[in-house]
Design a protein around this ligand. Structure first.
Ligand SMILES: Cc1cc2nc3c(=O)[nH]c(=O)nc-3n(C[C@H](O)[C@H](O)[C@H](O)COP(=O)(O)OP(=O)(O)OC[C@H]3O[C@@H](n4cnc5c(N)ncnc54)[C@H](O)[C@@H]3O)c2cc1C
Length: 540
């Protein structure tokens, strides 16, 4: 009888189980598709072995054992990886291409940026790459020249600008980051951010092996100026006023007219830059306004460089310039600017060019990125556990305002100076350009003030506005002395109006309140370390 009962129920039980299985399968929580790999078990192993984050190894359900995912190991990503790794964070960096980059970007680090490099403990990354010391700028206009030195007197003798091959610098930072056992650097292309209930929980990325997922309480997106990921994290208003055309000059004596100086030629239609990138090579960047460049393929570019640009190059550099054109290897890059306009998002942050860009004329991008990293490190420092989402959000809230004085000063100066340095048919603008050259040639505060702003040694927004209008007023004075006339008065009035038209829209885009009315600003500048020992003390 019992056997009969069992036989009677066996078929319906089987059908019910099958149906139940189908229902459970359909209603199952969505897990990654099969081609997404599970997290590398080795990383959990590493966590145990290396005792990361002040002894805490997170492996609970729904919690990742990675603290921070960094997308991109360029200047910002590589520096951040080392910085947070050194703090004990478990860092997973995903970089599209781990081979040495060969680019015309990020080759001159201003002294303010070098100070940040020291503050982050990365100063050895400019050693053994044939980096050159840069101690100031030389300006050329209509056959005249002047030079302005960085105000470095009150700093340790090691502090100066550095210029180098960007790829060598980045490789050094990547190598240094992976010396830390809690930093994992992987080649892969991040395709999207993982979002859950408005928070970013990690990334999806592609490697040779296929699609992968990585989770962490904080994802920092550092995927550079062509970022594909920033759209959901900020309002990207990208402006491309011009392009840089890059060549490498090999000088017989390896020396520029002003050795160890960046050279800016106030040419027509726009500036030309020269600076050393090794003991034997000089980088030349020719600014070409607009987004459409003469064709490289059909020789229009070479022709443009020879006929329009070469005659304006200082005679000492002209032969090497012409030789470099004939040799080829001309590279181009769009010059982009984009004010920072974040949508603060729990679990994610943008950093570097994906977050904020300025015209590269003043070589400020790396300084801003390194300064932002120092701000971020300090904000994260008090947090033991980044998995506490509320605490993390609270600590990151002030990132966007604390970074402002430094970033905005460098951004505003770059945008304003580019406009002033471009040739213009407008006489008021021509007078402003002439006044700027003469003002910087005056010496004293007139040259140290602006160069301190440009170098990142005194990123003070008020000083920037004062010097900018001092140039404009100086320009009006030059016009009116010795004999004012109604026409000159009119040009002077237009000069002031055009100067306002240049600077105020940039300041507005940067955010007037955060730029000028920050109580923290005082602490930031006062806290700028001046000597190596002070810097080392600060780090400790
Ligand atoms: C022509 C030019 C000249 C410049 N010169 C100077 C200068 O002299 N001094 C200066 O301070 N600044 C300069 N800058 C600015 C400076 O180069 C940038 O500010 C700096 O490189 C920004 O660093 P980053 O890490 O944000 O971007 P990058 O250094 O460009 O790094 C981005 C990284 O992200 C990786 N990546 C991109 N997408 C993905 C993805 N989906 N998944 C994984 N990885 C990804 C890239 O491979 C790259 O390694 C210049 C800029 C230009 C355009």
């Amino acid at each position: 009888m019992a056997n009969f009962m069992m036989d009677k129920y066996i078929v319906p039980a089987f059908i019910v189980s099958l149906l139940g299985f189908v229902v459970i399968y359909i209603l199952r929580p969505r897990t990654p598709p099969n081609n997404y790999k599970k997290k590398d078990p080795k990383s959990a192993e590493k966590c145990e072995t290396h005792n990361v984050i002040k002894g805490v190894c997170k492996s609970g359900k729904g919690r990742s054992d990675t603290d921070v995912i960094i997308v991109g190991a360029g200047v910002a990503g590589a520096a951040l990886a080392h910085t947070l790794g050194k703090e004990g964070r478990k860092v997973h960096v995903i970089e599209r291409d781990l081979t040495e980059p060969d680019r015309i970007v990020g080759e001159l680090l201003q002294p303010g940026g070098y100070l940040k490099l020291i503050e982050l403990g990365l100063e050895d990354c400019v050693e053994d790459i044939d980096a050159q010391r840069v101690v100031g700028y030389a300006l050329f206009k209509d056959g005249k020249s002047t030079n302005v030195s960085y105000p470095l007197e009150n700093f340790h003798s090691d502090v100066a600008g550095r210029s180098f091959h960007n790829g060598r610098f980045i490789q050094k930072m990547r190598e240094k980051a992976v010396t830390l056992p809690n930093v994992r650097l992987e080649q892969g292309t991040v395709t999207s951010l993982i979002e859950e209930n408005g928070s970013i929980k990690g990334v999806q990325y592609k490697t040779k092996a296929g699609q992968e997922l990585a989770h962490a309480p904080l994802t920092v997106v550092c995927d550079g100026c062509f970022s594909n990921l920033r759209r959901s994290l900020c309002d990207p208003k990208v402006d491309s006023p011009s392009c840089f055309v890059g060549l490498v000059l090999e000088l017989e004596n390896g020396q520029l007219p002003y050795p160890n100086h960046g050279h800016v030629i106030l040419a027509d239609p726009s500036p030309i830059l020269f600076y050393p990138i090794s003991s034997t090579e000089i980088r030349c960047l020719v600014d070409v306004p607009g987004q459409k460049l003469p064709s490289l393929a059909n020789g229009d570019m070479a022709n443009y460089l020879k006929t329009v640009v070469a005659p304006q190059v200082p005679p000492e550099l002209r032969d090497a310039f012409l030789y470099a054109i004939d040799k080829g290897h001309i590279k181009t890059m769009p010059n982009r600017s984009m004010p920072a306009a974040p949508y603060p998002t729990p679990g994610a942050l943008l950093l570097g060019d994906s977050f904020n860009m300025r015209h590269p004329l003043t070589g400020g991008g790396m300084t801003v990125a390194l300064s932002d990293i120092a701000v971020l490190r300090n904000l994260l420092m008090p947090l033991q556990d980044l998995n506490d989402a509320d605490e993390l959000c609270k600590n990151l809230e002030s990132f966007y305002t604390l970074r402002k004085p430094v970033a905005s000063t460098i951004n505003t100066l770059a945008g304003a100076l580019y406009k002033v340095f471009c040739a213009s048919p407008d006489q008021a603008r021509r007078e402003m350009r002439e006044a700027c050259f003469d003002y910087l040639s005056l010496g004293g505060t007139c040259s140290t003030g602006p160069i301190a702003l440009l170098s990142g040694l005194n990123p003070n927004p008020l000083s920037l506005v004062l010097h900018f209008f001092a140039v404009a007023i100086y320009g009006v004075g030059r016009l009116l002395v010795p004999f004012p006339s109604p026409k000159k008065l009119w040009i002077g009035a237009r000069l002031i109006s055009s100067a306002s038209g240049i600077i105020f829209p940039i300041i507005k885009a940067e955010g007037i309140r955060q730029m000028f009315f920050q109580q923290h600003y005082q602490h930031i500048t006062e806290a700028l370390p001046r000597t190596l020992s002070q810097i080392k003390q600060k780090i400790c």
